[in-house]
Design a protein around this ligand. Structure first.
Ligand SMILES: Nc1ncnc2c1ncn2[C@@H]1O[C@H](COP(=O)(O)OP(=O)(O)OP(=O)(O)O)[C@@H](O)[C@H]1O
Ligand SMILES: [Mg+2]
Length: 416
């Protein structure tokens, strides 16, 4: 096959269903955000003073995943830019899940604000105080209101504590002309109450806005609005959008999930050269997304957690009843981890990993009481999908579990 013909069939293939795929992309910001008028109105009321050079309150936006927090804040940022004729205000956006050390957060904020190439902050090497001082001086010279949006703010907190919030919420004390206002976004409803110290909590949460999950009807409207521009007429079977909305409503009113299911369904139909997207494509999409999500979770487990999960699976495959207890799992774990050259953790630590796997939904464990002899956990059979994913994980590449059979559980072969 020549290089020309290699891609020919893809280049010539014309989409019959999807007219404009970027409208279904995760990053796409639509021109209107349905069913968020109240939340948009509340935020605009708070930040409007910045147009007149007054400092608005800090805001904490809280809401479950996919409730439109990031989209709303980006949308308002765009509108603010248009309305800010006097150039009084600048909004800066940082996602703390991506930019996740105190240095990189300050560096990122500073270099969005500092336009003078001679005064840019270096990528490494300065102390936080030094960046902070330089940034404060620069901000004050600008003589403006700065809105600093910290998205996924709890991610930074988890890794770094609240130093960065302390710096940012005290910056106003160093400024004479400019003002800084922080907009924090989180999907952890306990973030303010449980994680922040009272002092920072009261500063950061001067105003709190909660985004409720979308109802199934609202999700239908949101999907219909996207579908209008994304698909050719009649590309979708009538039942498709309500079905996608119902699936996403079950998963906590999540607009991202609704859009993901619709996009994956449409891609499947298109790939298959089908004439319409139907609920069968949606069923496929739902399963695929669930599997992708499980894959992500398993792949991102720590190595010790993977060893514990593998120990559960191998203990189960050697047990007649299929279900196993923490004690059985531990003896398998000791063999596997020592054969593979890992630190062997205590039974209590392994029990903690088992609880964590349970919480992540990777396994199902029940506490079982043996009367006076105490309690243990009984673990249900791990699903085939998970076994499959784990067995293909690179940490087990060189491990031969075949030697591990019932009756001769003493030895593992670890090829090196
Ligand atoms: N009201 C809406 N109208 C149209 N699209 C929406 C609306 N709300 C959310 N979306 C879309 O749904 C997806 C998820 O929204 P967004 O990223 O804002 O959620 P989030 O609340 O920030 O979630 P997370 O907490 O997971 O970050 C985005 O693609 C966004 O464009
Ligand atoms: Mg978000």
């Amino acid at each position: 096959m020549t290089a020309d013909s290699l891609f020919k069939k893809y280049l010539e293939k014309k989409n019959r269903l999807i007219k404009d795929r970027k409208i279904l992309d995760k990053e796409y910001l639509p021109d209107q955000l349905l069913h968020r008028d109240n939340e948009i109105g509340e935020i605009v009321d708070i930040i409007a003073p910045s147009l007149g050079r007054n400092k608005p309150s800090n805001i904490l936006i809280i809401g479950q995943t996919g409730t439109g927090k990031t989209a709303v804040v980006k949308y308002i940022g765009k509108e603010l830019e248009k309305a800010d004729k006097g150039n009084n205000c600048r909004s800066i956006y940082v996602n703390c899940e991506v930019v996740d050390t105190p240095y990189s957060i300050l560096y990122n904020i500073a270099n969005q604000i500092i336009t003078d190439p001679n005064r840019k902050i270096p990528f490494t090497g300065w102390s936080l105080e030094k960046i902070f001082n330089e940034l404060s001086v620069y901000i004050d010279e600008e003589d403006k209101i700065f809105l600093i949006v910290l998205d996924e703010i709890d991610m930074s907190f988890r890794k770094n504590g609240d130093d960065i919030f302390y710096y940012l919420t005290t910056i106003n004390e160093m400024l004479k002309k400019s003002r800084v206002s922080i907009i924090g976004i989180t999907n952890n409803s306990m973030f303010a109450e449980k994680m922040l110290t009272p002092k920072i909590r009261s500063r950061l949460g001067e105003e709190k806005i909660v985004f409720p999950p979308y109802t199934p009807e609202q999700l239908i409207d949101i999907l219909r609005d996207r579908a209008k521009y994304a698909f050719y007429p009649d590309a979708l079977d009538e039942a498709v959008i309500p079905y996608c909305a119902a699936i996403a409503a079950q998963a906590s009113g999540d607009a991202r999930k609704a859009l993901d299911v619709l996009r994956v369904s449409a891609d499947a139909a298109e790939r298959n050269d089908d004439l319409k997207v139907t609920t069968a494509h949606v069923d496929y999409a739902r399963q695929k997304l669930e599997l992708d999500a499980v894959y992500e979770v398993v792949k991102n487990l720590t190595e010790q957690s993977k060893l514990v999960l593998m120990s559960i699976i191998k203990t189960e495959s050697g047990s007649d009843s299929g279900s196993v207890t923490t004690g059985n799992v531990y003896s398998t774990y000791v063999k596997i981890s020592s054969a593979m050259g890992y630190n062997v953790l205590t039974q209590r630590m392994v029990a903690n990993f088992i609880s964590e796997l349970d919480m992540l939904g990777i396994i199902t464990a029940r506490v079982k009481s043996f009367g006076r002899q105490g309690r243990t956990k009984e673990i249900e059979k791990v699903s085939e999908n998970i076994v499959d994913i784990l067995e293909r994980d690179e940490i087990f590449n060189n491990t031969n579990f075949n030697a591990f059979r019932k009756g001769k559980q003493t030895q593992f072969n670890v090829d090196s």
